[in-house]
Structure formats: C-alpha cells, structure tokens
Design a binder for this molecule. Structure first.
Ligand SMILES: *Cc1c(COP(=O)(O)O)cnc(C)c1O
Length: 365
C-alpha cells in the first residue's frame, strides 16, 4: 500500500479545480510577451484594485513581521457597521472560497448531503466531496437554479444547500422575492448558503436585501467576496454573514490566522470606496453590452448574465480556445462544468474586450 492508496476514496476521487490560465504560464508556453496577453478568464476586476485599498495595503506592509489580528476586529467592525449586524454575525475567510470550505467542514461529512444546482460554482461539489459528504446535483433549468427541484432534493441527510446568485459560470440570476419564498420552505435545520460573489454588479432594479433576511432565517448564510468588484482577488479575502450560532461553528474549524494582515487592511479600506465600486459596475455594464452585441452579430448564443462575465456558445470550444490562446487571449473553457461547447469570458477594459472580439472572429473564421 502507498500513502496515496491509503487516502480516503472520496479524496482520491476529487478532480481538482481548474483555474484560469495565468498570464505568465501562457507567456512561457508560447514565448509571448506578458504585456501583450489579455486575460479574461477569472472574473477579475480589470481596473485592478482601488486607490484606498492600495494605500492601506502598502501601509500594512510595514507590519508584516507580526501575525494578523486573528479575529479581524477592524474588518468585522466595518462590515457589521455597513450591514447593521453584530460582529458575532460575521465570519472572515481567505476568499469566500474559504468560507464555503468552513461550511463543509463544520456541517458536512460522510452520510450527509449537500444540494446544489447543475452548472453551479465548482467549489460546491469540491468542498462537499473533500469531507466525504454526498453532493446532490439538481438539473438546471435554462442554465440556472431550479429552486422547486432543489427543495424536493432535500432529505433528512441534507445539511447544506448552496446557491450562487448570480451564478458562476452561467451568470443566471434569481429574483429576490423568489429566493425569499424558497427560504421560507427550506427546513430550519438545513443551512442555505447564498453565495453572492457578484452582487455588487447588479443593476439597481435587481438588488434585494438578503442581509435583512438573516433576522427571519437563522439558517441563512450570505457569502460575499472582495475578489470581484473590489478588485482584491490576489489578496484572498471574503466573508460570511449569518446567525451567531452558525458563525461560531464556522469559527471553530477556521484556521486562527486565515486572513492575512494586508488582506484585512485592504478590504477594510475597500469597503468605503464607493466610487471605485460604481466605476467598476459601470465599466462592466458597458463592456457586457459591447460583448453581447458582438456575439449576437456573429450569430453566437450567449446566456444573459448578471455577473462580470458572459458565457458564449462557440461549438468546438477546445479548438476555439486554442486559437484564442495563440492570439494571446485567455478565456475560460467550461467543459468541466459539462458545457463543452461554451466559453466563459470575463468583461475587461474596453481595449481588452475589443481584443477578445477580434480574436474570436479570427478563431471562428
Ligand atoms: C469567484 C467566486 C467565489 C469566490 O471567490 P473568492 O476569491 O474565494 O472570494 C465564490 N463564489 C462564486 C460563485 C464565485 O464566482
């Protein structure tokens, strides 16, 4: 027997998460200049980080020999002020991905189920499987969540339901009143993880106040991140908002210093940078319209997206992706999600969107 052979079967069966190809990797592989490469593969903010976050991160560099505040006092205080919650209702994560993992470790395990949708964020099945729980994947409707079917999939073994709104990689959106009606029907002992990684990009008309629902639903956990609209993906910081008892559970399985001091400082500052958020959302709206129009003009189907990315049906996505890479354009193939004919493209700067559109024309020619 080898060490690897002795690992639990559920660990051996995991297929690792496939991240977007880093710019440096493509540059190495094809001998291209990094500066000439456009990466629209990981839903990153094309504006980079905001000025307030940058200043705070730079300042925090001077104290790097010290451990971070393991309780994240300042950031939790800022979040609890922002959302009118107590600090005991906030858990911080090394990215919101970490919060999803904390949920799995605290509530799941062999003999327990998590329910999520087909085409939902890949981390849900991964986090579920990594602790030996069973993932129950519910068929999607129009590439989005079928909440009625998800309710039906809940059994006495179910401990967690994961919902991404907007969803990644499909960009689909569930209206607030529909979610609220769903929550009212979920058993009180099942945690609903509402993953709102793209919520800051929503148009005013689609916004809903999930944080206010926490008062009524102690089994709700709202997860958000500084990786997307706040432009801090490389720092790894996200958070969960929920009932103090749920937050307490998550803190029990959390690493003592899971969020770095620079991440804590930058996120605290970023939270006040409303201008940067507005600029990011506006750039996204314009870029989304431009790309959607171009895809339409090329006769390509897209899934209407409420995120900072759009998914487009190109047919032979592996081949098209290769021809895009050769032109220095990185997007995300999503065959791993069971969508082998589709590519997901993040909305970039105007110039980056133009590069993508031109490269795609050539790739399809
Ligand atoms: C990007 C993303 C996240 C998490 O990102 P972090 O960088 O770990 O905060 C979570 N959920 C969805 C749906 C995402 O797309």
């Amino acid at each position: 027997m080898s060490v690897a052979a002795n690992a639990p079967d559920y660990v051996r069966a995991i297929s690792p998460y496939q991240p977007g190809k880093p710019i440096s990797e493509l540059a190495r592989e094809l001998g291209l200049e990094e500066a000439g490469i456009v990466k629209l593969a990981s839903n990153e903010n094309p504006l980079g980080m905001g000025a307030l976050a940058r200043a705070a991160a730079t300042e925090a560099m001077t104290e790097i020999a010290r451990y971070p505040d393991g309780n994240g006092f300042e950031l939790k205080a800022a979040l609890s002020r922002r959302f009118a919650l107590s600090a005991a209702q906030v858990v911080l994560g090394n990215g919101s991905n970490d919060v999803l993992d904390l949920v799995a470790r605290a509530l799941l395990g062999p003999g327990r189920d998590a329910v999520f949708s087909q085409y939902a964020f890949a981390v849900y099945p991964l986090a579920t499987q990594s602790v030996g729980a069973k993932g129950v994947q519910v068929p999607a409707v129009n590439y989005g969540h079928d909440l009625d079917a998800m309710l039906t999939a809940i059994t006495p073994a179910t401990r967690v339901v994961f919902i991404a709104n907007p969803n990644n990689p499909t960009g689909t959106f569930i209206a607030g009143e529909v979610l609220l009606a769903f929550l009212a029907r979920v058993p009180a002992d099942v945690l609903v993880v509402l993953d709102e990684a793209y919520t800051e990009y929503l148009d005013e008309s689609r916004r809903y106040d999930s944080v206010a629902w926490l008062a009524r639903f102690p089994n709700l956990l709202v997860c958000r991140t500084f990786s997307k609209a706040y432009g801090l993906a490389g720092l790894r910081v996200g958070y969960g908002l929920g009932h103090p008892e749920v937050i307490d559970l998550l803190n029990r399985v959390r690493q003592p210093f899971n969020v770095s001091s620079i991440a804590l400082a930058a996120a605290t500052a970023a939270l006040d940078d409303q201008d940067f958020l507005i600029r990011s959302a506006e750039l996204n709206r314009a870029g989304m319209a431009r790309i959607a129009a171009a895809m339409n003009e090329m006769g390509l189907e897209t899934i209407p997206s409420s995120g900072n990315f759009v998914t487009v049906k190109v047919g032979d996505a592996a081949g098209v992706n290769r021809r895009l890479l050769e032109q220095g354009v990185i997007v995300r193939p999503i065959a791993g999600y069971g969508m082998p004919e589709w590519l997901r493209v993040s909305i970039g700067l105007e110039s980056e969107n133009a590069r993508f559109i031109d490269a795609l024309r050539l790739a399809l020619a």
